[in-house]
Ligand binder design. Structure first.
Ligand code: ADP
Ligand code: ADP
Ligand code: MG
Length: 448
């Protein structure tokens, strides 16, 4: 087992990882920008190293500074968390070269799945259903228009290197395509360093259903069930739950099998998430992408399986065999997560600032993952997620009641947060019915 792990991240996920390390008796090293000097993750870790100025590209994305910090502190592994360098194959490679274990999959797995168009081809080859669209990348407008004629509008033009809900555009006509093709390409080039795009049919009002998998270095691949992440704004998740309230048992089993097949096909190792769109009217499901890292919403899976996914991820990287078989994975009750963002709940403008008061909800079945404390500062340089509120109930009805109750207890003073919006989601008939889809949030916002 590792002796010391460096956490190349900040905020709630850095704290989440430090907690897992402590329980495994592994020493921890925090890295931080100058802006994060007083952050909770710095206080929670055994050691801390400043790696640069506030801007991410100079600190949390600064590979030489992070590797130096690991070498100075003699860390034998690095956990990248999510975002930042978590899906950067070069970073994973540099770690390997420096004999520091990267706590994630092999660089090749990151590369294979990080290119979304290549991942789609791989899924198709493995017999996993994909959305009708281009065979591979489309390089010219002429090619895009001709693919679009075959597939039919509306469709989606997606950046192969995209992520975080960015780099995709709905295209409704050939005229639209003419206007947007080069725009999407140049945006993708600027944001992800790769202008490649591909085409998928636009699925109207699907559910986003994803399968959590866990694979060790000895060939065991397990499915830990699905999560419904259809409450989204601008293709970014706001609320997640498990199990998906409307998924028929046969589809649930088939999607799990697809996820395991795909991971097995590449000899995948570590945690991973295989994302699908599920069409509630036809019952069809389609692969969209695989995320090769721990996800924000891993917590709901932890609640209903009683597993600690971060500890499992560390054990897998240390070469240990999974201690369970598929039939040992049992699901208990229902779990919901709400993401609390430091944003105005009406305009969604980020709202950094100092926390002047804080009341964290509690009680049975309530978990809060956050780096907030009174007098801490929410920085303007990073993403606006400041807390995750997770509840676990005996069934969906109890989980919703718990979430509503816990949200009413949650007070964060000094900044604006999206808590009022989350309260509205919990009260909305569409959410309560379980039949909500990726368009439901926009509808709710339009009706306000
Ligand atoms: P997902 O939305 O796929 O579930 P998460 O919500 O777990 O993923 O995303 C983790 C964080 O990583 C998010 O804050 C997201 O903005 C960021 N992220 C994911 N992919 C990328 C990427 N390719 N480039 C930059 N940031 C990313
Ligand atoms: P990212 O890498 O940014 O997470 P994804 O490919 O996972 O991008 O898509 C994010 C979200 O965008 C999905 O959850 C879904 O809401 C929407 N989306 C993506 N592809 C399609 C599609 N072909 N049709 C309809 N919605 C889509
Ligand atoms: Mg995604």
């Amino acid at each position: 087992m590792f002796k010391k792990i460096l956490i190349a991240n900040r905020g709630e996920i850095a704290i989440r990882i430090i907690r897992a390390c402590k329980e495994l008796n592994i020493a921890t090293v925090a890295v931080h920008s100058t802006a994060d000097e007083h952050s909770l993750h710095v206080r929670f870790a055994d050691e801390a190293v400043c790696i640069g100025p506030p801007q991410s590209d100079k600190s949390y994305l600064n590979i030489p500074a992070i590797i130096s910090a690991a070498e100075i502190t003699d860390a034998d592994a690095i956990h990248p968390g999510y975002g930042f360098l978590a899906e950067n194959a070069e970073f994973a490679e540099v770690c390997e070269k420096c004999r520091i274990r990267f706590l994630g999959p092999k660089p090749d797995h990151i590369r294979q799945m990080g290119h979304k168009s290549a991942a789609r081809e791989l899924a198709k080859k493995s017999g996993v259903p994909t959305i009708p669209g281009s065979e591979s990348m489309v390089h010219t407008l002429e090619e895009a228009v001709s693919v679009a004629e075959g597939v039919g509008y509306p469709l989606m033009l997606k950046a192969a290197a995209g992520g975080g809900g960015r780099g995709m555009r709905v295209i409704r006509s050939a005229e639209d395509m003419g206007k947007m093709f080069e725009v999407v390409r140049s945006e993708a080039g600027a944001a992800f360093g790769d202008p490649s795009v591909y085409i998928e049919k636009y699925i109207e009002n699907p559910k986003h259903v994803e399968v959590q998998i866990m694979a060790d270095a000895h060939g065991t691949v397990l499915s830990l069930g699905e999560r419904d992440c259809s409450i989204q704004r601008r293709h970014q998740k706001l609320v997640e739950e498990t199990p998906c309230p409307v998924l028929p048992e046969a589809a649930r089993r088939a999607m799990s099998e697809c996820a395991v097949t795909l991971a097995s096909a590449i000899g995948y190792e570590s945690l991973g998430t295989v994302e699908f769109l599920f069409d509630q009217t036809t019952g069809a499901y389609y692969f969209i992408e695989m995320n090769t890292r721990i996800q924000v919403e891993h917590t709901v899976t932890e609640a209903i399986t009683t597993l600690d996914l971060v500890k499992e991820q560390i054990r897998i990287a240390a070469g240990e065999k999974l201690r369970f078989k598929q039939e040992d994975i049992k699901f208990f009750g229902h779990s919901i997560e709400c993401r609390v963002n430091a944003e105005d709940p009406f305009t969604f403008i980020p709202c950094p600032g100092e926390i002047t008061g804080l009341n964290i909800p509690g009680g049975p079945g309530v978990r809060v993952d956050t780096a907030l404390y009174v007098e801490s500062t929410v920085q303007p340089y990073y993403e606006s997620l400041v807390a995750k509120l997770i509840v676990h109930g005996i069934d969906r009805r109890e989980a919703m009641a718990k979430m509503t109750r816990a949200l009413s207890e949650f007070h964060i003073a000094g900044i604006k947060t999206t808590i009022p919006l989350l309260v509205e989601v919990m009260a909305s008939p569409e959410f309560r019915s379980g039949k909500y889809h990726t368009g439901s949030m926009d509808k709710l916002l339009a009706e306000r």
